[in-house]
Design a protein around this ligand. Structure first.
Ligand code: TXA
Ligand code: MG
Length: 319
């Protein structure tokens, strides 16, 4: 199957109406979209991505009204949706019967979001169904933030990629769930935790503390082919003296490694800019002839939390 890259959304609409899957831009990362109400289309998503069926998919809609067609919003989740959507937030909600259990991996809850990038809403407005879409990469590889990244791992596996430029957030959505009076955090992502906590007036509870299972928390995810080590850079520079090393950091240079092998995600130390650059830089380093990547720890605030999460799960050694 030849994969075409275009900006013409009518071709995507046509394919989606025929149960095909297409890659679409969002402001977080590119998604591999299909009719969420069609098990045939959803099965094609899992197949193209080589993704195990126990890992559920996020459903994308264009408005809060549409969320209510497929899931139940209580007062607090409604407020969260109206404050942060469209945007890099996903809500995990009790699902209605029209969402196939293949989408949710058998769970009674569905993850839903409204993307802010204009392409998906424009397409959704012309469809009679919502779109299930995981990130448009093969399972476990770094998420795509350009049409070219999608092409790299999915060419010949999908018919079409809509090119909507670079994803401006650059990290997958933050996933939360309202449970009684608490908000549970399932995945850190493109909406900073502090922003939600300020709105909510309380700390979020981490899903792992509540023993809530979240499939996307699989370790070894977002991984480059080049082995990546996270943290303790100076020790590793010593340890790997004879190797070709690439360094990723916010804006710091390390002794013993030439400047050209440092990949700074934001000279100004801006964590939003660093998030936007992260996956592009990981993929471009992966295309060069480095033996290893050493990634620095980022400040653990704002989007730095999600950057550290992705880097720690991209590493070869899990602690
Ligand atoms: O920003 C994003 O969220 C992107 C864009 C394309 O929207 N999508 C994305 O999808 O990151 P994906 O499939 O790579 O990650 C979705 C994660 C799953 O791995 C799982 O952790 C969680 O969302 N998830 C989805 N449905 C769920 C459910 N019913 N219960 C628990 N977790 C769920
Ligand atoms: Mg993914």
């Amino acid at each position: 199957m030849q994969t075409k890259i275009t900006t013409n959304i009518s071709e995507a609409i046509d394919l989606l109406n025929r149960d095909e899957v297409v890659a679409l831009p969002t402001e977080t990362v590119y998604g591999l979209a299909g009719n969420a109400l069609s098990t045939k289309a959803v099965a094609k998503i899992f197949e193209a991505k080589q993704r195990p069926h126990f890992n559920p998919l996020i459903v994308h809609v264009a408005s809060i009204n549409e969320i209510e067609k497929y899931a139940q919003l209580n007062e607090l989740s409604y407020k969260l949706a109206s404050t942060f959507m469209p945007g890099p937030l996903t809500l995990l909600l009790p699902k209605k019967d029209n969402i196939p259990s293949l989408v949710t991996a058998g769970s009674s809850k569905v993850a839903i979001r409204i993307p802010a990038h204009p392409v998906m809403p424009a397409i959704l407005q012309q469809l009679s169904f919502p779109l299930a879409a995981p990130s448009a990469n093969t399972f476990k590889y770094v998420s795509p933030v350009t049409a070219q990244h999608v092409y790299k791992t999915l060419h010949n596996k999908i018919p079409l990629i809509i090119d909507g430029g670079i994803s401006t957030v650059g990290l997958e959505s933050t996933i939360i769930e309202v449970q009684e009076e608490e908000v549970v955090l399932h995945r850190v992502g493109g909406l900073a935790i502090e922003t939600i906590e300020t709105f909510f007036g309380k700390k979020l509870i981490k899903a792992s503390n509540k023993k809530v299972q979240t499939a996307g928390q699989i370790k070894s995810h977002y991984a480059t082919h080049t082995p990546l080590y996270f943290g303790e850079i100076n020790d590793r520079i010593n340890e790997f003296k004879n190797k070709n090393i690439a360094i990723i950091s916010l804006n710091k240079y390390f002794e013993g490694i030439e400047k050209e092998h440092h990949y700074l995600l934001s000279i100004d130390g801006d964590l939003n800019q660093a998030a936007q650059n992260l996956f592009t830089i990981l993929q471009s380093i992966d295309e060069k002839a480095y033996d290893i990547i050493l990634a620095d720890e980022f400040p653990n605030t704002g989007l730095g939390v999600a950057i550290n999460d992705r880097l720690s799960r991209a590493q070869v050694i899990h602690k």
